[in-house]
Write a protein of this length. Structure first.
Length: 271
């Protein structure tokens, strides 16, 4: 059964579930399948509208993981959660084979950090499955994602990159209604560039697709605040509110329960 998410009046929350030993903020916490399954159910109960499951960390310094290992990590969790969750599952991957198997197991959305750049089969895989597709802006190869030079015009670069990804998706037959775009805060962007993109989200409304924004616990927040045990949590909260007020339809976060409150109040303030 396909799930439809209505976007507009209420900000949707995508809850993050990393099934990895090395993700930057929660690596190893949910690496065991039983813990990941329990956390997936908890994320729904905390108010998420989508559960985003990933089996490969793309933090700075991380290494690519073979398809077989990604599938070994994510498939048991997707197969266990898909029949019992009311919210759709998203698979966070840039590899078509991983996406295909995850969609067969019950996922309904593909969240591609490469915006279709890394795997030429991804768009067709999504089209054939009738899945949703999040196209994120990033630069460089998988190995150089976080080693990019500064951009001359960050807003233009991100806008043009997202427009190119949308073109590839539409050319492959992915329906407009299935697509959302993500400016890729922190991916191939210096802290100042990420801030500029965040403050100018309304520029991307010209693409005429729902906008997903992921700032949760990202390192650019450290450039704004004094480091402390709670810095990333409160810094993330501020960026989530800013994203919603600047036009985000979906926010991708680790701390779902707290973000649900932030989003609901911010929605009321901006309606």
């Amino acid at each position: 059964m396909r799930t439809t998410i209505e976007l507009g009046e209420r900000t949707a929350i995508m809850g993050i579930l990393n099934i990895t030993p090395d993700s930057f903020s929660d690596g190893g916490m949910y690496f065991a399948p039983e813990r990941a399954i329990a956390r997936g159910k908890e994320i729904e109960q905390e108010g998420a509208d989508v559960l985003d499951i990933g089996g490969e960390s793309t933090r700075p310094g991380s290494d690519p993981i073979p398809d077989e290992e990604q599938l070994r990590r994510v498939l048991p969790v997707i197969e266990a959660l898909a029949p019992v969750l009311k919210i759709p599952i998203s698979i966070d991957t840039y590899r078509a084979q991983v996406a295909e198997k995850a969609l067969e197991a019950g996922a309904q959305v593909v969240n591609d950090i490469s915006g279709l750049r890394f795997d030429g089969d991804m768009a067709e895989t999504v089209r054939k499955a009738g899945a949703g597709l999040v196209l994120m802006h990033s630069r460089g190869s998988r190995e150089t994602l976080h080693k990019q030079p500064r951009m001359d015009d960050a807003l233009k670069d991100v806008f043009d990159g997202l427009a190119s990804s949308v073109y590839m998706a539409r050319a492959a037959g992915v329906p407009e209604r299935a697509i959302a775009v993500d400016p890729g805060i922190g991916f191939g962007k210096a802290a100042g560039e990420s801030l500029k993109v965040l403050k100018s989200l309304n520029e991307f409304s010209k693409l005429r697709y729902p906008l997903l924004v992921g700032t949760s616990r990202k390192s650019f927040i450290r450039s704004l605040i004094q480091e402390s045990s709670e810095a990333h949590i409160w810094g993330t909260a501020a960026t989530v509110v800013a994203a919603i007020m600047n036009g985000a339809h979906i926010v991708r976060v680790h701390d779902v329960r707290q973000t649900r409150v932030l989003a609901d109040v911010t929605d009321r303030l901006t309606c």
